[in-house]
Design a protein around this ligand. Sequence first.
Ligand code: PRP
Ligand code: URA
Length: 209
Amino acid sequence: MSKVYVFDHPLIQHKLTYIRSKETGTKEFRELVDEVAALMAYEITRDLPLQEVEVETPLAKCKSYLLAGKKIGLVPILRAGLGMVDGILKLIPAAKVGHIGLYRDPDTLEPVEYYVKLPSDIEERDFIVIDPMLATGGSAVAAIHSLKKRGASNIKLMCLIAAPEGIERMQKEHPDVDIYVASVDEKLNEKGYIIPGLGDAGDRLFGTK
Ligand code: PRP
Ligand code: URA
């Protein structure tokens, strides 16, 4: 069974409050999502392996550390996942970025895949799949199936807000993928929106309706 990590860092929680607020306009919403994504990237990379190296400072040689292990690939789920990419790249600038395009059919709530473009060295990377919202879980589950089908194996899922229903579905279908969120909310409404959530993440990020 995969683990669920809730990032309770005060800065993340403070910014999430403004992200949720209906008073927050597109420009500020985008900036806040970017900032929270960077803070979450800091937390999600805590367990990256290090290797000891020797470095020569202007004064002496010493032992120090560099990242070891596989390189990282980010995979935002289009479109709303795009809003978190730049924030993460501030901390992991060498990450390659793949894209998986999915939208939820408004009637069935099931995801429809319309675009996939991933790094060519997929087997040599660890992946972080990014989407602000884990609602029914359909989109994340489908995106991760799509990644695994193409050879990815070590995958983490990073979202701002998750519903219990989405977590349950993810854990059932991808028990090997840990989930990292800023909040687990109460429930889904009859239209598949997270309550209280933040509304429609894509529309709020891009100013559409
Ligand atoms: C939203 C969100 C997730 C999905 C979550 O995207 O960004 O991808 O819904 O819902 P689920 O867990 O029930 O699948 P949406 O389909 O609205 O597309 P968009 O990002 O293009 O706005
Ligand atoms: N997608 C969103 O953007 N918001 C939700 O609450 C659920 C799915």
